[in-house]
Ligand binder design. Structure first.
Ligand SMILES: Cc1ncc(COP(=O)(O)O)c(C=O)c1O
Length: 406
């Protein structure tokens, strides 16, 4: 009998994309949809990157080296050096986006049945790839009231079992925007050293910090054998379609293991690696990133202020990334609410798409009154999108109350 594998059957798809068919249908009805659901910035990719792609002189578009083009790796090492992160070309591997990097990190370090500790809410694809690798996600519970900062380390330590293999997190975080403090990362490092765990730190939003600075896992020399850095240019260069990321580790065994995984998937994209080299060689690259960061900073403040106008809303101003995780205590099924906005609601010919919260958690029942909002649109659009969201929430709550009264 033909059947789909159990692991794939247990995947839920992404909460960020699952409702897209409803958005497409709304657009077909002539409704404008504000996309606050996906971390896809509207900011132009830096010109130097695009020129690097256009100017690449290639006669045969051959496979690139499995671990990346040497020039790209060197350019990445230079980028880290500028940030005070000391890596060599033997530590860095080019991957097909950050997605492949954390997928490889799990595959290289965890056996089926092993457990991975992840602060929740988390980037939902961590769950998807953990499932595909046969691993169990053990959530570290964080709370909106604490700005999603980590609980005390002794609470986290209690979650560690003989099956625990790794701690995985994004910093600053998708979906909460929390930027973990140096003390928090240090606490995780201490736990990793004490219990022999890998620390997989996903840092694509590193520069997108508006309060303080992101602490890289690579800044703890004592964790050199435990630390695996996951990175991506998707966000900081507004280059999601480039599909360029990297995995960096000073652990030679992990590096060799990931090399094997690279060989069986052949190679990362060529043009985009050359685009990245051109970008990093351009003397203005820091200025370009700073310009992108400034835009997101202003958007964060605008979105946060706009959200405060929604009655009952609970959210904290995040330190970084480009998301706010928002609680609406008046709803109990944010997936139904997000769907309603696309199927049954519009105001002035407009509606809004948000990512429902439950799939950002491993704990059943959590996140059902929460949504993730991405500030990836220009400020006036964000302000209008929140007005639409506010109107949609009011109508949804009213209609639900009407149904309950009948
Ligand atoms: C924390 C985090 N890691 C990884 C990714 C995937 O990035 P990439 O486009 O590089 O695969 C995302 C994308 O949203 C993300 O937010």
């Amino acid at each position: 009998m033909l059947s789909i594998s159990d692991r794939v059957k247990s995947l839920k798809g992404s909460p960020i994309r699952r409702l897209t068919p409803f958005a497409t249908a709304a657009k077909k009805r002539g409704i404008h949809v504000y996309h606050l659901n996906i971390g896809q910035p509207d900011i132009p990719t830096p010109a130097s990157f695009m020129e690097g792609v256009r100017n690449a002189k290639i006669d045969v578009l051959s496979y690139s080296p499995a671990m990346g083009i040497a020039e790209t790796i060197d350019a990445m090492v230079g980028y880290y050096a500028e940030l005070g992160i000391s890596l060599t070309r033997d530590d860095v591997i080019v991957t097909i986006g950050g997605s492949e990097a954390f997928c490889f990190a799990l595959q290289a370090t965890c056996n089926p049945g092993d457990e991975v500790l992840i602060p929740e809410p988390f980037y939902p694809n961590y769950m998807g790839h953990s499932i595909m690798n046969g691993n169990r996600v053990v959530p570290i519970r964080t709370r909106i009231e604490d700005g999603f900062h980590l609980p005390p380390m002794n609470e986290i330590e209690r979650l560690i079992t003989p099956k625990t293999k790794a701690i995985l997190f994004s910093n600053p975080s998708n979906p909460t925007g929390v930027g973990y403090t140096h003390a928090e990362i240090e606490g995780l490092v201490k736990l990793a050293l004490k219990h022999g765990l890998y620390v997989i730190s996903d840092e694509p939003y590193r520069e997108l910090m508006y309060e303080g600075e992101a602490t890289s896992i690579m800044s703890f020399p004592e964790a050199s054998q435990h630390a695996i850095l996951v990175d991506s240019i998707s966000k900081r260069l507004s280059a999601c379609g480039a599909r360029i990321g990297c995995l960096a580790t000073r652990n030679k065994d992990v590096h060799a293991a990931v090399n094997k995984l690279c060989q069986i998937r052949l190679s990362p994209p060529t043009f985009e690696q050359l685009g990245l080299v051109a970008f990093l060689k351009d003397k203005n690259h820091k200025r370009d990133i700073a310009g992108i960061v400034r835009k997101f900073h202003a958007r964060r403040d605008t979105l946060f202020d706009a959200l405060q106008t929604i009655p009952g809303v609970v959210c904290r101003k995040p330190e970084g990334a480009f998301y706010i995780f928002v609680q609406f205590p008046q709803i109990d099924d944010s997936e139904a609410f997000a769907k309603y906005l696309l199927t049954d609601f519009e105001t002035g010919g407009e509606t809004v798409m948000v990512a429902p919260g439950a799939d950002f958690y491993a704990t059943p029942g959590r996140g059902t009154n929460e949504v993730r909002v991405a500030y990836v649109l220009e400020e006036p659009k964000l302000v209008r999108a929140v007005e639409v969201l506010k109107a949609g929430l009011a109508t949804y709550v009213e209609e639900k109350a009407g149904v309950a009264a009948r």
